[in-house]
Write a protein that binds this ligand. Structure first.
Ligand code: WT7
Length: 663
């Protein structure tokens, strides 16, 4: 490292607050500090500011209907179409030749969609869906990787008022079947395969296996031919159709965007919870789209002229809100990349930033930690001077990674927004407004204007600054989930029961609990400490320990299993599985391999255990509850916590010794 670099590192290491540059502030979409007060004073009408960013077919009567908490309704009486707002209006407003999507395949092939191109293909696919029998309110499952047909299909669904249900392509066949079953979905759009680190992956095989597990009739499946000659030669079955054939049949077709009620469902997104059954988070047309658009504008500072890149996968909420809906509603250019950040080289991300002159870049701490590990020579070999703002999401970012990002990617010129939010919140909730607030590495920042969040103790009383407590949200917001699909009861019990008076119909008695621990400093900056439920955060992806455990106990030879998260340098958390074998079965490499396979089959490779530890017993309390905290200590090689309440205290040291020898 050069002398100057060392000095710079030393200076940054000591600095704990960073100011946005005057140049940034001067051009920021939001730069008036009064916005916090303004939103507070005018709440809930302040949210009109978000709704005004959209075109409505029918004006709403009321901003918020809170007469039946926690079943809040936003912009009631209003009608709009999400696809119209993301596509048609830009075509009509003279932006038809502006680029909507810049796509880059792993091999470097590229596709560019102008808003006009998007308009044409979305219309044709909307017509194709209709021709396959999709009607308004039918749930269409999209099991697709990062190819342009995915946003096209999402927008086509939105156009005809058919909620989409995107299932991350890395999820297994079982996971697809579970989600199609839970959502009563009779339509599937998928593809033959895609590329990962140079090799074609057979995706249709997995999709077909998933379809075999669907417990109701499936009316039609549409298959995109992504691999061409590299494909696996699957024949399409009776009700399976080739994407291109369907588009050809509908060539030049136009479908009028369906006027949707503001509260009509735009999409479902399944996410992991404490129990084995994933939760079908329901988002609506008016509130969600307003919120995604507003936060893209206010936090990501996206302007219509920008080229913006979020490196998430559209299979997660981040991609929904901040690759597809927010950036397209704003009429900007959104970049999509199919592959991994280290293929063919470790400078792939920076190559793309340089090539497309990306203005705003949004990624995850796990990626930043990997970039850091690979070294700054990769970003240094590229021209990143087009960047204006950087963002992160998905898990807490440690100050060292934050500073590396700020220095080596942002050249100390770009504000970094650390955005806390969830699948359920629809959009960002806690983060700095980059043109208004200073940044503090390691802290996401204050709640956004209009968001009323507090850190409380187990009784719901606010805790003092500096003390750890639980993050709560005390007022509803437009992007919030409306319920869990077909399960109002679970919606209340999962998110509201903890801190609300559930018998009350006064909205002031209702508090949303995101199940994160947090603390706040004297300036109101929130540091999120992580999940307080049995949910792991592996590389920014949410995984339920119960889901993984039930996959493991489904493996022949396994009697019992406990899964916890262990600290991991790049992934944040890694899956540690403690397994008791059944009598007559031998622990060892064979069973370990079958356990890993079992988890990959039930969920997907992202849930693959980092370590499988065979143990004769699990540490349990006298009442028989597994003491996960101790298993976490063991995974982290930490000093073991109090074992005195255990029925079998000796087992913990035994397991710890095993982990040490296996590691
Ligand atoms: C959980 C939500 C939001 C889209 C990606 C993940 C954690 C998210 C941050 C952050 C600390 C964060 C929380 C949250 N999380 N962003 N900036 N700082 N923690 O969505 O799968 O719904 O997971 O991710 O624990 O509850 P998700």
């Amino acid at each position: 490292m050069a002398q100057g670099d060392a000095e710079l590192e030393a200076r940054l290491a000591e600095q704990d607050e960073f100011e946005p540059s005057e140049e940034f502030v001067a051009q920021a979409n939001v730069s008036d500090p009064d916005i916090y007060e303004e939103f507070e004073e005018n709440w809930p009408d302040c949210w009109e500011r978000a709704a005004e960013m959209l075109d409505w077919d029918e004006a709403y009567d009321e901003v918020l209907d809170d007469s039946n908490p926690p079943f809040y309704e936003w912009f009631t009486g209003g009608e709009l179409n999400a696809c119209y707002n993301c596509v048609d209006r830009h075509v009509e407003n003279g932006d038809k030749n502006r680029v909507a999507i810049k796509w880059e395949g792993e091999h470097g092939e590229t596709r560019t969609y102008t808003y006009q191109d998007l308009y044409r293909e979305v219309n044709e696919f909307a017509a194709a869906l209709r021709a396959q029998g999709v009607e308004e309110d039918d749930v269409v499952t999209l099991y697709m990787p990062m190819i342009p047909e995915l946003p096209v299909a999402m927008l086509a669904c939105a156009r005809i008022g058919a909620p989409h249900n995107v299932v991350f392509a890395g999820f297994s066949a079982d996971a697809l079947a579970t989600r199609m079953n839970a959502a009563d979905s009779r339509f599937l759009v998928t593809c033959d395969g895609y590329y990962r680190r140079g090799d074609p992956l057979d995706h249709l095989d997995k999709a077909n296996e998933g379809l075999d597990g669907v417990d109701h009739g499936v009316d039609a499946t549409v298959v995109v031919d992504r691999l061409g000659d590299d494909g696996f030669g699957h024949d399409l079955k009776g009700n399976q159709h080739d994407w291109d054939d369907l588009l050809d049949e509908q060539s030049g077709e136009r479908v009028a965007p369906v006027e949707r009620d503001a509260e009509d469902m735009l999409f479902l997104m399944y996410t992991s919870g404490t129990t084995g059954q994933p939760k079908g988070v329901k988002h609506t047309t008016g509130g969600y789209l307003s919120y995604a658009t507003w936060t893209s504008h206010a936090v990501l500072d996206i302007e219509r002229e920008d080229t913006y890149w979020c490196s998430a996968d559209i299979g997660w909420i981040t991609g929904h809100s901040y690759i597809v809906y927010g950036p397209l509603a704003l009429g900007s250019t959104t970049v999509m990349y199919e592959g991994t950040p280290d293929f063919p080289n470790r400078d792939r991300m920076w190559e793309l930033v340089e090539k497309y002159a990306v203005d705003v870049f949004y990624t995850a701490p796990t990626a930043i930690r990997a970039f850091m590990k690979w070294g700054s020579k990769f970003p240094e070999s590229r021209d990143l001077s087009s960047l204006r703002l950087l963002g992160t999401v998905g898990e807490p970012i440690n100050p060292r990674a934050w500073k590396w990002y700020y220095e080596h990617i942002g050249n100390e010129e770009c504000p970094v927004v650390d955005t806390w939010w969830q699948t359920e919140t629809g959009g960002m909730m806690v983060t700095t407004l980059p043109g208004v607030k200073n940044m503090k590495p390691g802290s996401a920042g204050p709640p956004l204007p209009g968001i009323d969040a507090q850190i409380v103790d187990t009784d719901g009383d606010e805790v003092e600054p500096g003390r750890a407590g639980y993050l709560t949200v005390n007022k509803p917001w437009p992007g919030m989930l409306r319920t869990l699909y077909d399960n109002d009861e679970r919606y209340v019990s999962e998110y509201w029961a903890e801190y609300s008076d559930t018998d009350s119909d006064d909205p002031d008695d209702w508090v949303y609990f995101p199940e994160d621990g947090a603390k706040v400093d004297d300036d109101g900056y929130v540091t999120v400490l992580g999940r307080v439920d049995d949910v792991l955060n592996v590389s920014g992806h949410r995984l339920g320990t119960m889901e993984i455990e039930s996959a493991i106990v489904g493996v022949e030879g396994v009697a019992e299993a406990a899964v916890v998260g262990g600290d991991h340098e790049v992934k944040g958390e890694a899956v540690y599985a403690y397994v008791i074998t059944e009598d007559g079965y031998e622990e060892g490499p064979d069973l370990r391999a079958r356990i890993i396979e079992g988890v990959e089959d039930a969920i997907g490779p992202i849930a693959r255990p980092e370590q499988v530890v065979f143990t004769p017993e699990l540490p349990k309390t006298r009442s028989g509850k597994i003491m996960r905290r101790l298993l976490e200590d063991v995974a982290n090689g930490a000093e073991l916590g109090d074992t005195s309440t255990l029925r079998n205290p000796e087992v913990v040291e035994e397991i710890a010794a095993k982990v040490r020898t296996q590691a």
